[in-house]
Design a protein around this ligand. Structure first.
Ligand code: FE
Ligand code: FE
Length: 182
């Protein structure tokens, strides 16, 4: 009974986790790399869960490639956070909801960040509204989970290594059960 919600969370990874993230790694590989980077940096369990699940909203029918195919922003960060709110508190869904804003923030505040983005991230940045203005940066910084979202964003940008070995999805089952608010 207690494990069933994790099965529900994992199901879209089984169904769509093999879809390409857009940069020669799959959605599942990207999720697992981000979670591993978070754990290696000693992030809290809720932030490791956020790293693992940050692109959950990409895993539903067609959302993953909307940017590439339809040149349209699917707002995967809000869809993902909203779906995950059934099981998790804001300490997990907050950073997820802000991980795109964190990219727009870093493009403005971190010299060199935008130049180092992958082609897929640059395409989606444009669709997501581009760099933040100074006022938008101040507004972002005031959000409760802004700092966690920026950390998540760094793992997101690094979690695209082709052929990288990682622990599998099942290795996060117990962590997700501990972090869940159900
Ligand atoms: Fe994302
Ligand atoms: Fe991502």
């Amino acid at each position: 009974m207690a494990a069933s919600f994790v099965d529900e969370i994992f199901r879209p990874y089984a169904e769509h986790g093999g879809d390409f993230y857009g940069e020669n790694v799959t959605q599942l590989e990207h999720a697992l790399q981000c979670a591993m980077l978070a754990a290696e940096e000693g992030a809290s369990e809720s932030l490791v869960a956020a790293a693992l699940l940050h692109d959950y909203g990409h895993l539903f029918e067609g959302r993953g490639d909307l940017a590439e195919t339809l040149h349209r922003d699917a707002h995967h960060e809000s869809h993902g956070a909203k779906s995950l709110r059934r099981w998790f508190g804001l300490e997990v869904t907050g950073p997820i909801a802000l991980h795109v804003a964190a990219k727009r923030y870093l493009c403005t505040t971190d010299p060199g960040y935008e130049a180092a983005l992958s082609p897929a991230s640059i395409l989606s940045l444009e669709l997501q509204g581009g760099r933040f203005t100074t006022a938008q940066c101040r507004h972002f910084e005031a959000r409760t989970f802004a700092a966690d979202a920026v950390r998540l964003r760094r793992w997101d940008d690094s979690g695209k290594a082709v052929g990288q070995e990682t622990p599998g999805l099942e290795s996060y089952r117990a962590l997700l059960e501990r972090v869940a608010r159900i």
